[in-house]
Design a protein. Structure first.
Ligand SMILES: Nc1ncnc2c1ncn2[C@@H]1O[C@H](COP(=O)(O)OP(=O)(O)OP(=O)(O)O)[C@@H](O)[C@H]1O
Ligand code: SF4
Ligand SMILES: [Mg+2]
Lengths: 333, 310
């Protein structure tokens, strides 16, 4: 929160995937529904801010990231970048200015790298296609700079390597170098360390934090790991079944959670804030419902230990529970 | 700094290519196929040096239908031409037709298959409808339809790119009837490639659809295209032989198929002139078999996992 002006603002963002009904459904005229992967979220990311998006598997984290990086089209709401609505832009050349400012890091670095391209070509690709360099000398310089920034030293040693000749950590560094080469203002990192050995995670996280510290890049850090989010992020947004249930500073979320779901997540991870008083709640029961059949009322009510009548009927609004702290629960006031 | 690109990239690639060649050449089928192929390619590139100019009824050197002897290693035909001379010159015609037809078929098939699989939707629907049309269209029928049209437009004389019109038609017909096979394979491979994360990454880093197809999908299709390309050549030789056998070839530029057809018409089978039918037949068979062997070896080398499963 170095600079209060937001770089990215999501307003009531929705991504619904239509369900193709089977032949039976169509013959019987059954309505085919939709997977409500992202179901109306409001979120802002400031310049140079690290925001963690936390949620269980299937909560819609990747889909949010894909909308921001324009790999998926929102079905509703707005995606505002630096005050400009980007939600309906498409096509490689109209998006070029946007892509110079927003980049992405992928969960599975092995899958994210074309097996037939060398490291040099991989890192050079954004510089070429986004027309960020004028000649080969500049290109080589920016590629070297990016590889160094991602911790691959000396960069020249990696130019001719193919992805399969690298270790998992080095591959993720190549992906990071590709994003870094662009010098973007926002990077979406979708579970960037979840596939890596624990021993390498800290180094990669350090590279990501350095991006912010040295280049003032904002980072949307997508993870299912709340302690990790607390470690790296300035603010944490908790996603449940396509909706943000709580947003607050990393410390507020960890030490003063105001949504039963956040509390349950924290109870499942005793490593952090173990002594904080957040009320004694039983552990989460049941499975996350499918995004194709979102429960009525508060979508968390079937699993919420505190649920009461109102929760089953009416959806709770986003309640301001403190400075820059929001909780979508009837009990949070 | 600039030399780095020039220096480093090819070195990594050279290493990869060397490894590939070592694996490919250790394949028994590939060795047999390559030896046969190299032999026929040498024969096809210098027929005049090996057996002198193509013989016609006017400059024929032997008696009618003489069995193989020291003077005519593969005997003679019904007008006294040396069969070895005809077969060696036929190699050039047959291989050129097959290779050119394969180039047409690979270019068209890859373009259509990749476009279809990559864009999906109505583009896919329509392109696949066209592909299916060509898939079921017998080459013979197409040849019968196209030949008179081309001959009408071009006239019988002269040549197109060094080919007499009827051979040009054969090349086009083989190309047109074999690309659909390539298109289907390329399409299904493209469908799975485009779901890979590196395509998402390419999009995020600003690559256009064209750039993604050319730089990301196409290089990953090379194994399939190479392996199936070899099979297409084998098929092309087969189609060429059968079209010529049916009389669509050109007697002035005889391919192996044309020779078979002439032999048939001269009654070589009933006259017991086995050399006249056998020589071009064995050649066509050997060449198409060597391409099949090479194609399978390429397929094995590119998909090492398949070798484990018999
Ligand atoms: N292209 C799609 N078509 C249909 N449904 C989809 C599509 N992409 C995602 N979904 C559904 O949307 C929901 C959210 O998916 P998403 O991948 O965003 O979750 P996630 O939070 O990233 O999960 P994970 O932690 O497993 O990666 C899931 O129910 C998923 O099945
Ligand atoms: S609104 Fe009700 S069901 Fe939802 S989290 Fe709050 S108490 Fe639980
Ligand atoms: Mg995900």
């Amino acid at each position: 929160m170095r600079d209060t002006a937001d770089i990215l603002r999501l307003e009531n963002l929705q991504v619904h995937f239509p369900i193709q009904g089977g032949l039976f459904d169509r013959v019987l005229g059954r309505p085919s529904g939709a997977v409500r992967a992202v179901d109306g979220i409001d979120l802002t990311i400031g310049r140079g801010e690290i925001v963690a998006l936390v949620g269980e598997s299937g909560s819609g984290k990747t889909t949010v990231g894909r909308v921001i990086t324009k790999l998926a089209q929102p079905t509703g709401g707005n995606l505002l970048f630096d005050g400009r609505d980007m939600s309906s832009e498409r096509g490689a050349s109209p998006l070029r200015p946007y892509r110079r400012r927003v980049q992405m890091i992928f969960q599975d670095a092995y899958q994210a790298l074309n097996p037939r391209h060398t490291v040099f070509d991989i890192v050079a690709e954004p510089l070429r296609s986004l027309r960020l360099v004028e000649n080969d000398a500049q290109l080589t310089e920016r590629v070297s700079e990016a590889l160094t920034g991602a911790g691959l030293n000396p960069p020249g040693d990696f130019f001719a390597r193919f992805p399969h000749e690298l270790s998992g950590g080095q591959r993720q560094r190549v992906v990071i170098a590709g994003a870094l080469a662009v010098k973007p203002e926002l990077i979406v990192a979708d579970e960037p360390v979840s596939m890596l050995d624990v021993s390498i995670r800290a180094q990669i996280l350090q590279v990501l934090v350095d991006l912010r510290d040295k280049h003032n890049m904002a980072l949307l850090f997508i993870t299912h790991d709340l302690p990790l989010a607390w470690l790296i992020a300035d603010r944490i947004a908790v996603l449940y079944l396509g909706k943000l249930v709580e947003i607050g500073s990393a410390d507020d979320i960890t030490y003063n959670p105001r949504h039963p779901y956040t509390v349950a997540l924290l109870n499942a991870t005793p490593q952090i804030g173990g002594d904080a008083d957040r009320g004694k709640l039983p552990a989460l029961q049941g499975e996350v419902p499918s995004a194709a059949r979102v429960p009525k009322g508060c979508r968390f009510h079937p699993r919420c230990p505190l649920a009461f009548d109102r929760c089953r009927q009416e959806e709770p609004p986003a309640n301001e529970v403190g400075p820059r702290h929001m909780s979508a629960c009837w009990l949070a006031k | 700094m600039t030399e780095n690109i020039v220096q480093y990239s090819p070195r990594g690639r050279a290493r990869a290519i060397k490894g590939f060649l070592r694996q490919f050449l250790s394949h028994g089928g590939a060795q047999v196929g390559l030896v046969c192929l190299v032999f026929f390619l040498i024969v096809a590139t210098m027929p005049n040096m090996l057996v002198g100019p193509l013989q016609t009824a006017i400059n024929a050197t032997g008696d009618f239908l003489v069995p193989p002897s020291g003077q005519h290693l593969l005997g003679t035909d019904e007008v006294g031409r040396d069969v070895l001379n005809l077969v060696v010159h036929g190699a050039r015609i047959s291989l050129t037709i097959a290779l050119l037809a394969t180039v047409i078929s690979l270019v068209v098939g890859t373009t259509v298959g990749m476009t279809s699989g990559y864009f999906g939707g109505w583009v896919d629907t329509w392109l696949m409808r066209i592909t299916d049309f060509f898939f079921v269209m017998p080459s013979f029928v197409l040849a019968l339809v196209i030949t008179p049209v081309v001959l009408e437009v071009m006239g019988r004389g002269g040549d197109i790119l060094g080919f007499r019109p009827s051979l040009f038609v054969i090349i086009v017909v083989i190309g047109m009837t074999s690309w659909s096979f390539v298109a289907r394979i390329v399409r299904s491979q493209t469908l799975s490639l485009k779901e890979r994360t590196f395509i998402d990454r390419a999009r995020v880093v600003g690559s256009s659809n064209f750039g993604i197809m050319v730089r990301h999908i196409l290089p990953n299709l090379v194994p399939q295209i190479a392996a199936n390309g070899a099979l297409v050549v084998a098929g092309a030789i087969y189609i060429e032989t059968s079209l010529s056998f049916l009389g669509l070839g050109d007697p002035l530029q005889p391919s192996w198929g044309t020779l078979l057809s002439l032999a048939q018409r001269a009654g070589a089978a009933s006259a017991g002139a086995w050399w006249y039918l056998g020589a071009p037949g064995v050649c066509a068979l050997t060449v198409s078999l060597s391409f099949v062997l090479i194609g399978n070896a390429l397929d094995d080398t590119f998909n090492p996992r398949r070798r484990a499963i018999p």
